[in-house]
Design a protein around this ligand. Structure first.
Ligand code: FAD
Ligand code: NAP
Length: 571
């Protein structure tokens, strides 16, 4: 039997990950012919690793088999019956049993012979189309794809909804919510970014381009038979709990016909991404500024900076990339940051630097020792940043989301980028900075990050704390057991390994809610008390909106692994 990669496998570089997928070196992702799946009894579903849906999805297409490396074998789930389910625990959204005085009746999952959810059925029906035990997944970026795949593999029928015409999310260059630009390459290296059960091709470089990444997601969707389960060009405009939270009504608008239909699901996975809604700072005088102002959300390539005087604001990875590209094309570039940063190289000692960093982690070196080693490496290579006119970092290593950019300091050293302090105000012709200096510019590019938004969901259900949700394991809300968010993380490493395991955890929870509601409830009862738990590996992240969802990948992977194990043990 093929062994499912564990989170530890996912941490290993290329060769071992490829080995887990059944080859000596990382192979081309396998292509597998999609064929209609036979209905599979829920008890056998995880073992068969097939997509066992027994009714057509809104995509109205045959169900593809998902011939993935098998999920870890689950114990045979206890079949849910109306009577066992009804006495197992309170319904989602009901008050805790202690408050309610007695265990609440939990709704059993409706039988899996529910009506088809085709568009035609939706049009004819007066109410929502009942999708029975199926779950809905919003978004077909890497998190939506891996959640959809995991649900199907674990015997949970599921439908995906994607507003664009293709999969890939942020990596679907040119799509409305995509924020990659022409020159974007990964900053996390291939083996530390890819899905653990689907290695990137050997022919890809260490840091693939956005085009290669998009192609990779397309292959992933094909390989696991996901496209047929996704309804494209379909905007989820509303999702709301019904039946006391036991089900979710998901209203979808067809982007071509504007027709709306509502489907009723047993659960909802939200994977709409959090890197798309521009965060635009306000400054005195900005309205009087006569030049052009854009946010990096609208920065698609160098054309807009060519030959102009450009002010780039912010030094996340976007700000550094845009400043470098501007240095190569603009007449001059000013780069304003409100603090100093560490500019990590993409390569160190001939290897992708994240791989070198993880070797130190694997040696279990304590955080202070790793900080000293990082500092020494940067001192030896780049040297003292203040000698270039850059600000001294006001924080220790790992306290801000890592910048991976080998070229910024180079262009500062060439005089093509002038580092500036935080902006104090704008006037008609340019900006005045906090040290009193000024720059007259034609274009301002705010690379100031993104705000988290769920336009189709009432935010109160996501345990909002101030301006962001606080979720147990970054995924689960105290409000509803059957509402899962996948993707609300910003790791200090590649993301799709974590997306994979978030998907597995979501599927395990869905499976437990259906088959072992008492165990599911036990697990999810921590959603309130552990909502504030951070996965920072002992680091105190700098106070900034962009660190709300920052996770140290090794810590978070461990937490996901523990949670999955807990649910598997209860099976
Ligand atoms: C410029 C840039 C570079 C990055 N580089 C890296 C990197 O090197 N390594 C890394 O690991 N991560 C990187 N990231 C982080 C990146 O966001 C994640 O890799 C990943 O794309 C997040 O996946 P997701 O599925 O959560 O969201 P997304 O990729 O944003 O996908 C969300 C999907 O949901 C769809 N959607 C949204 N709302 C709706 C709706 N209402 N109805 C239907 N569909 C909807 C969108 O159309 C989209 O397809 C980068 C981010 C940016 C902005
Ligand atoms: N693969 C790639 O090449 C690549 C490229 C771009 C982005 N990304 C990823 O995409 C995600 C988003 O990155 P991002 O760079 O767009 O956003 P980001 O990481 O949120 O960075 C925003 C930057 O703007 C600054 N900032 C925010 N608000 C400000 C304000 N009001 N005034 C002045 N400065 C302000 C922040 O400063 P503070 O330090 O004070 O917060 C930070 O320097 C990250 O996960 C990143 O790694 C990857």
């Amino acid at each position: 039997m093929a062994q499912t990669p564990t989170p530890e496998d996912a941490e290993r570089p290329d060769v071992e990950a490829a080995g887990a997928a059944g080859a000596g070196t990382a192979p081309e992702p396998r292509r597998t012919r999609t064929r209609a799946a036979k209905p599979v009894a829920p008890a056998d579903a995880a073992d068969a690793a097939a997509s066992p849906a027994d009714e057509p999805s809104p995509a109205d297409a045959p169900v593809g088999e998902a011939p993935a490396p098998r999920p870890r074998r689950a114990s045979r789930p206890r079949a849910a019956t109306a009577s066992t389910a009804a006495t197992d625990g309170p319904a989602p959204g009901d008050p805790p049993a202690a408050e309610a005085g007695a265990p609440q009746a939990r709704r059993a999952s409706p039988p899996r012979t529910a009506k088809p959810a085709t568009e035609a059925a939706a049009a004819q029906s007066s109410g929502p189309v009942d999708r029975g035990g199926a779950w809905a997944v919003v978004g077909a970026g890497p998190h939506g794809l891996s959640a959809l795949k995991a649900l199907l593999q674990h015997g949970i029928d599921a439908d995906g909804f994607e507003r664009e015409s293709d999969v890939g999310g942020n990596w679907n260059f040119g799509a409305e919510n995509s924020r990659v630009y022409e020159s974007t390459h990964l900053i996390s290296s291939k083996p530390f970014t890819q899905f653990p059960d689907f290695p990137m091709p050997d022919s890809y470089p260490d840091y693939p381009s956005h085009r290669q990444v998009k192609e990779y997601f397309g292959r992933y969707a094909d390989h696991f038979g996901l496209r047929h389960r996704i309804r494209f060009r379909s905007d989820v405009v509303k999702a709301e709990p019904v039946d006391g939270g036991a089900r979710w009504d998901v209203t979808v608008r067809d982007r071509d016909s504007a027709a709306e239909a509502t489907y009723r699901y047993s659960g909802l996975v939200v994977s709409n991404g959090h890197n798309w809604n521009p965060k635009i700072p306000q400054y005195p005088g900005l309205e009087e500024f006569g030049g052009q102002v854009i946010h990096s959300a609208d920065y698609k390539g160098a054309d807009i900076v060519r030959g102009r005087r450009v002010l780039v604001v912010g030094a996340g990875n976007t700000g550094c990339d845009v400043a470098v590209e501007s240095a190569q094309n603009a007449s001059h570039t000013w780069h304003s940051t409100r603090r100093g940063y560490y500019y990590n190289p993409k390569f160190a000692i001939g290897r992708p630097s994240d791989q070198v960093a993880d070797s130190l982690l694997a040696m279990r070196l304590p955080l202070p020792v790793r900080r000293v080693l990082f500092g020494a490496t940067l001192k030896l290579t780049v040297g003292d940043l203040t000698k270039f006119g850059l600000q001294k970092p006001d924080h220790k290593f790992f306290e801000t989301h890592p910048i991976v950019n080998q070229q910024l300091v180079y262009y500062v050293g060439h005089g093509d980028i002038t580092p500036m302090r935080d902006i104090e105000r704008f006037d008609e012709t340019g900006a005045v900075f906090q040290d009193g200096s000024r720059a007259d510019v034609d274009l301002v590019v705010f690379c100031t990050g993104y705000l988290v938004t769920f336009p189709f969901l009432d935010e109160q259900w996501l345990n909002w704390s101030g301006d962001h949700p606080q979720l147990f394991l970054q995924m689960f809300t105290p409000s509803y057991d059957n509402l899962v968010v996948s993707g609300l993380i910003q790791p200090d490493s590649g993301q799709w390994t974590l997306a994979h395991w978030q998907g597995v955890l979501a599927a395990r929870v869905a499976e437990a809610l259906r088959d072992r509601p008492f165990a599911a409830r036990g697990f999810l009862s921590r959603a309130q008390s552990e909502a504030g738990r951070r996965f920072s590996a002992g680091t105190h992240y700098k106070d900034s909106t962009r660190h709300y969802f920052e996770v140290a990948h090794q810590d978070y992977l461990q937490a996901l692994q523990d949670a999955i194990h807990e649910l598997e043990r209860a099976a």
